[in-house]
Design a protein around this ligand. Structure first.
Ligand code: AMP
Ligand code: ZN
Length: 112
């Protein structure tokens, strides 16, 4: 997708504070962090959001989910962290390329 911010970051066309990458995924710091640690876990493949997932993405999604724990430990989040996926306009999604927010550190507000 030629006009997608996260595709451009994944391709290295726009700089980001990347902390991990492999052939399927890039992970970088959110430019506007909402917590002490705020990472975005992003597949290289352009998938607009959760609603666009297909069975062909199953292995990719498993890979991403299993990355979360080592990333959190690497960031010093032994005592816990929060993961968020915003979906669609009413879900607060601003960048329409699937990503998981990984948040941690002190002062995470509660929900509800
Ligand atoms: P969402 O609202 O779930 O779509 O989240 C999009 C996130 O991308 C927000 O938390 C933004 O702060 C973050 N963001 C936007 N532009 C950049 C960028 N150039 N580098 C890193 N994070 C970004
Ligand atoms: Zn994209």
């Amino acid at each position: 997708m030629s006009d997608c911010l996260f595709c451009k970051i994944a391709a290295g066309e726009i700089p980001a504070d990347k902390i991990y990458e492999d052939e399927r995924v890039v992970v970088f710091r959110d430019i506007n962090p909402k917590a002490e640690v705020h990472l975005l876990i992003v597949p290289r493949e352009h998938i607009a959001g959760l609603n666009e997932l297909e069975s062909g993405h199953d292995a990719l999604i498993a890979h991403i989910m299993r990355l979360i724990q080592p990333l959190a430990l690497d960031q010093g989040l032994e005592s816990g962290y929060r993961t968020i996926i915003n979906t669609g306009k009413d879900g607060g999604q601003e960048v329409f390329h699937l990503h998981i927010h990984l948040l941690g550190g002190r002062d995470l507000p509660g929900f509800g």
